[in-house]
Design a protein. Structure first.
Length: 318
């Protein structure tokens, strides 16, 4: 079974309806997030140049049909609408984030329970030939590590996938060249970083798994054989056996976390540098503030939404 099929099995095997409902929730939240992004563009434009309310047919339609008494009232109302959309989208995001974590933790419960049930259904001879600490490690540690390290990023990645696609379509609608250049830069950057670190991350994963197994094995030997160890004064020897894999586990986990977050720091720097370059370019080109500030606001907010989505996807792959 390929890795993709294994991930899909983890996601859909428990409750297909619950998984589909979760994906549908992701899509609804994405639409609300896009609405919040789209609303920023006209709001910043009318704040800088209120005359746009009269010259733009869409804004003028709402201005007349909703019976606004002044442009100031229209701007204030527009600002309130933007705030409501952003607050509502963040509220929905919090709910979806909770449901995603609950979904993954429920899978941990189900897989751990199923694995324990499978072990207990084996004949007694099975336990004579197995290391109990290894079985315990599989149930309590490895299941959680797989679900939290793979299934959770994939679940959160799916939640951000719809948002990313809708935002990219919106950015293409604004400016095709800038949108394609920005998205291509981000994707290529993540791909290059992933290409150079994937082998190292794979080796780290194997070391972390091995260290985790050794920690469980040695600690079980110490606790189960504490009487003999005290009688023979061998406690220090076994503590030293535990110390090495425990320290290695800590170091490898830290390195894995650093390698997972590296693209985020790089691309945040790249994104803000790009915005500053755009500002300088607009100023040098004598473009009016009413033209470029709304666009910059939209791009900045879009980057704020897209970067976490790319980061979550990258973490899932690593």
């Amino acid at each position: 079974m390929s890795d993709v099929k294994k991930i899909l099995y983890l996601f859909f095997s428990s409750s297909f309806n619950e998984a589909i409902f979760l994906v549908f929730g992701f899509f609804i939240v994405s639409i609300i997030e896009l609405a919040g992004l789209v609303s920023i563009l006209p709001f910043t434009a009318i704040v800088i140049d209120p005359d746009i309310i009269q010259s733009n047919s869409y804004l003028n339609y709402f201005y007349k049909n909703l019976s606004f008494s002044s442009t100031e009232q229209f701007i204030i109302t527009s600002g309130i609408v933007v705030i409501i959309l952003i607050v509502f989208s963040n509220f929905l995001n919090a709910i979806i984030y909770w449901r995603s974590h609950f979904f993954v933790n429920k899978r941990i419960h189900e897989i751990s329970s199923s694995l324990l049930s499978k072990y207990t259904s084996q004949k007694y001879l099975f336990f004579k030939n197995q290391n109990v600490s290894q079985l315990n490690n599989n149930i309590l540690t490895q299941v959680e590590r797989v679900c939290v390290g793979i299934l959770l990023p994939v679940t959160l990645g799916i939640s951000k996938f719809f948002t990313t696609i809708l935002i990219i379509i919106f950015l293409i609608f604004i400016n095709v060249k800038v949108a394609i250049l920005s998205v291509t830069t981000f994707v290529i950057s993540y791909s290059i970083i992933f290409y150079f670190v994937k082998d190292h991350l794979h080796k780290l994963g194997e070391k972390i798994t091995k260290d985790s197994e050794l920690r469980y094995k040695v600690s079980s030997e110490i606790l189960y054989g504490i009487k003999d160890l005290k009688v023979n004064s061998n406690i220090k020897l076994f503590l030293n056996k535990f110390f090495k894999p425990s320290l290695s586990y800590a170091k490898n986990n830290s390195m894995n976390a650093v390698l997972s977050l590296t693209p985020r720091f790089f691309l945040e720097t790249l994104a803000f540098t790009g915005i500053i370059i755009l500002i300088i370019t607009f100023i040098v080109s004598d473009v009016s503030q009413a033209s470029f500030i709304p666009l910059l606001s939209a791009y900045a907010f879009a980057g704020y939404k897209i970067l976490p989505a790319l980061q979550v996807t990258y973490v899932g792959f690593t």
